[in-house]
Design a protein around this ligand. Structure first.
Ligand code: COA
Length: 230
């Protein structure tokens, strides 16, 4: 491995907690931007071990991939859930909503797993991508209950994808409302059968991993990187 910033593709072997730890150490000592390993599904215990070990400046993110035509049907259709699409450039109020939503439901809940510079890097990335980001806002009875943000990107092997940069579904809603949002997200993505979607899901975000798996996404690789080198 050279000491200049580079991408390391490792496949096989497959993901293991030892490998993630080794890659994290190497990323700190050398200067590669990120590595790609083939993931198995890590357990909650693995995640706790990684957090306990203090990998707070290393980001471990799975690239989950699906084509619109191969998605699995989820939820129940209902006309209560109304979708509004915003193309770039996003109106100011949508940008503000997105930034606040991301802060509330991503930065705040996961602040224990990363250090402050890494958290700032995440917020800055959202800000930097605003000019190319499209958003779908889902509402029920006039109240925002879902947000989906997308931008053009590439997968770990350089192939073009539509990146689902952020998805949020309000918790605590009646079961039928939640089912109608799930269905609205499914309908939105499956209405683009030829599009290859990628969701970047953090190692520890079990709920999100389950959600995307249920929708038919498959993990393609795990990215291990130091935001300071990107
Ligand atoms: C990720 C998210 C969009 C999924 O939507 P959702 O409506 O919560 O999805 P579901 O209710 O289908 O839950 C997904 C799975 O997580 C499970 N789950 C629920 N609570 C959980 C918890 N506390 N821990 C782990 N899994 C949990 C559910 O049982 C379900 O699994 P199952 O289908 O096998 O039963 C939503 O939880 C969310 O907005 N999270 C906060 C923002 C976020 O992290 N976005 C993802 C960025 S990549």
């Amino acid at each position: 491995m050279s000491s200049s910033a580079e991408t390391v593709h490792i496949k096989p072997p497959r993901y293991s907690i030892e490998m993630i730890n080794e890659l994290s150490d190497l990323a700190r000592k050398t200067a590669y931007r990120w590595a790609v390993v083939q993931p198995d599904q890590p357990s909650t215990a693995d995640i706790e071990k990684l957090v306990a070990r203090g990998n707070t400046n290393v980001v471990i993110q799975f690239g989950f991939i699906a084509e619109g035509k191969n998605l699995a049907h989820i939820g129940q259709p209902s006309n209560r859930c109304i979708k509004t699409c915003f193309a770039p450039p996003l109106p100011d109020e949508v940008q503000t909503f997105y930034k606040e939503n991301f802060h509330e439901y991503f930065i705040k809940p996961w602040s224990r797993v990363w250090d402050a510079p890494t958290l700032r890097w995440f917020s800055q990335s959202v800000q930097d991508l605003m000019p190319v980001t499209a958003c779908k806002v889902y509402k029920i009875d006039g109240r925002a209950v879902g947000l989906q943000a997308e931008f053009p990107h590439t997968d770990a092997f350089g192939r073009p994808v539509t990146q689902i940069g952020w998805i949020w579904i309000r918790q605590g809603l009646p079961k039928e409302d939640r089912a109608s949002i799930h269905n609205a997200v499914f309908s939105d993505l499956s209405s683009r059968p030829e599009t290859r979607f990628q969701a970047g899901i953090h190692l520890f975000n079990i709920r999100s991993r389950r959600f995307f798996s249920k929708l038919g996404f498959q993990p393609l690789c795990a990215h291990v990187y130091l935001p300071s080198l990107r």
